[in-house]
Ligand binder design. Structure first.
Ligand code: NDP
Length: 483
């Protein structure tokens, strides 16, 4: 039996993503393989009914029902635990290893239970997680325990390295699962199938044929009540440093021999090690930061980010970040990887776009201007589109743009269902390895420093617009000498 402890059971992540993902996993065909006990833990004095209801509601929100969910709801236990209090977390871990957690623990009527695996999911504020791990002694962590952490993993490469040292003092690296739920999205995993199961793309997947790669995650939503977290992070740390760099790694890495934890993560680490800011001496030429001002979003007036409750305007938090990166390998030398993410934008755009180079010669007699072939991988809607030039319908010698598009099925599991499957199966393939967590901060350190020192001005854009005025890095990268 595996005991899954969710620390931060009362938080947003647990109720909105984690518990629905778990329910989704249980009703999938993987559910039968799982012998699971769920323990919710938080620092507040909740009763058992509060927790049971929370688990039930989360399952309903995922549309998950059936005997496996009923069993989860019936057997789950709440254990009040303040991870900042001396000994609380160690006790919880020991009880979980003895399968002895919850209100009936230790009571005469409670049936005797054997021990089993323990998975400890830190759905806590990152600083609380780090302090709790620092306070644990290795001998307080039962053998085989998996520690599951949410991003951000540190706040720069030094703190990511320090966190790694703390974690690997407690458990081996293979037992640390650093969650980036993008890696559980079926469309993101589709990059592997698309690239490595088709003869078509891999021979063209290099600087010889690719002009640039764009990874864009523009949202048409604002803070959705998460000012407390977001104002301390911003778009660069929240999106680019984590999710978008993981996408870059999957797009740019060399083919792994197997999709196993070691091979896949080795290939990703290798390419991230070779990744750097396009021009480290001139960050203003290859990064942009901006913050939304009052505007209209989804047909409604929206105030400025700086006026949102819980926001400290003096922090100058970026709600839109753009960076151009270089990957210093034979395969990618000279190809700009342009990453952008923003909130409160007029157009939702979530995709990776590979733009191929122009043909070396357009046969004389073909009319019109040829445009580069583009491969678009959409992350919502989930689709793949290949944009091509073909002969026109009216004049057979006049070029027209055409698209081959396929929609991707959503996959059986939600991203969190997929992440939890890996964690519960003791398979870290989709987890961010410690060295990679450090690389991701290192890549963006010159950006953070340049932004902090004011070398790159904070621009503004009205909510609901396309971003700051002027041409962004994604449009005028050639003009800036980045291509
Ligand atoms: P919340 O602030 O909503 O929840 C954190 C929970 O931890 C609260 O229930 C809080 O209790 C509890 N807590 C705080 N201190 C302690 C303590 N000493 N002992 C026990 N429990 C404690 O945060 P989120 O759920 O939003 O985020 C959790 C993690 O997940 C963060 O690392 C975040 O970056 C990450 N994440 C969140 C996402 C989201 O959409 N929410 C998405 C991706 C990652 P109390 O209410 O009493 O403070």
């Amino acid at each position: 039996m595996t005991t899954l402890i969710v620390l931060g059971a009362g938080g947003d992540l647990a109720s909105r993503l984690l518990l629905p993902g778990l329910a989704d996993l249980l009703v999938s065909h993987h559910g039968e393989e799982l012998d699971l006990r769920l323990v919710g833990a938080d620092r507040d004095e909740h009763d058992q009914g509060w927790w049971t209801e929370r688990v039930r509601t989360a399952a309903e929100s995922a549309g998950a029902s059936g005997p496996s969910v009923d069993r989860l709801v019936a057997t789950t236990r709440y254990a009040r635990t303040d991870v900042a209090a001396d000994g609380d977390l160690a006790r919880l871990l020991a009880d979980a290893a003895a399968s002895d957690v919850g209100p009936d623990a230790g009571s005469r009527s409670a049936p005797a239970r054997g021990g089993g695996d323990v998975v400890c999911y830190f759905a806590l504020p990152p600083s609380v997680t780090a302090a709790a791990c620092r306070a644990l002694d290795p001998e307080q962590v039962p053998a085989g325990t998996r520690l599951v952490l949410e991003k951000p993993f540190g706040h720069d490469s030094a703190s990511a390295a320090e966190l790694n040292a703390v974690l690997t003092r407690l458990v081996p690296e293979e037992n640390v699962h650093r969650v980036d739920h993008f890696l559980g999205k079926s469309t993101v995993l589709n990059i592997l199938g698309l690239r490595f199961a088709n003869r078509l793309f891999e021979p063209l997947w290099s600087a010889a044929h690719v002009e640039r790669v764009d990874v864009v995650f523009d949202e048409d939503l604002g803070l959705a009540g998460r000012a407390g977290y977001y104002d301390g992070a911003g778009a660069l740390a929240d999106m680019v440093q984590s999710h978008l760099l993981q996408l870059l790694a999957l797009i740019a890495m060399d083919p792994p021999a197997t999709i196993s934890a070691r091979d896949l993560r080795d290939r990703k680490a290798e390419v991230l090690r070779a990744t750097r800011l396009w021009d480290e001496d001139d960050p203003a030429s290859c990064t942009r930061r901006a913050r939304w001002t009052a505007g209209r979003l989804g047909g409604q007036d929206v105030g400025a980010y700086a006026d949102e409750p819980g926001v400290d305007p003096s922090r100058e938090t970026d709600t839109l970040a753009e960076v151009v990166l270089a990957v210093d390998t034979w395969r990618w030398a000279g190809v700009p990887f342009r990453l952008r993410s923003g909130k409160a934008l007029g157009r939702r755009r979530k995709e990776a776009v590979v733009t191929f180079r122009h043909v070396p010669h357009l046969p004389t007699g073909l009319l019109g201007t040829s445009s580069p072939t583009r491969l678009r991988i959409g992350f919502g809607p989930d689709d793949i589109t290949l944009e091509l030039d073909v002969n026109g319908q009216d004049d057979a010698f006049s070029l027209e743009r055409s698209s081959l598009r396929t929609e991707l099925s959503p996959g059986e599991l939600t991203a969190y269902g997929q992440v939890l499957l890996g964690v519960l199966h003791d398979d870290p393939t989709l987890s961010v390895r410690g060295d990679t967590a450090e690389h991701c901060w290192r890549v963006l350190e010159p950006v953070v420093q340049a932004w902090r020192s004011g070398r790159v001005p904070l621009e503004t854009y009205p909510a609901g617009s396309g971003g700051p005025p002027g041409r962004g890095l994604l449009e005028d990268v050639d003009a800036q000498g980045c291509a």
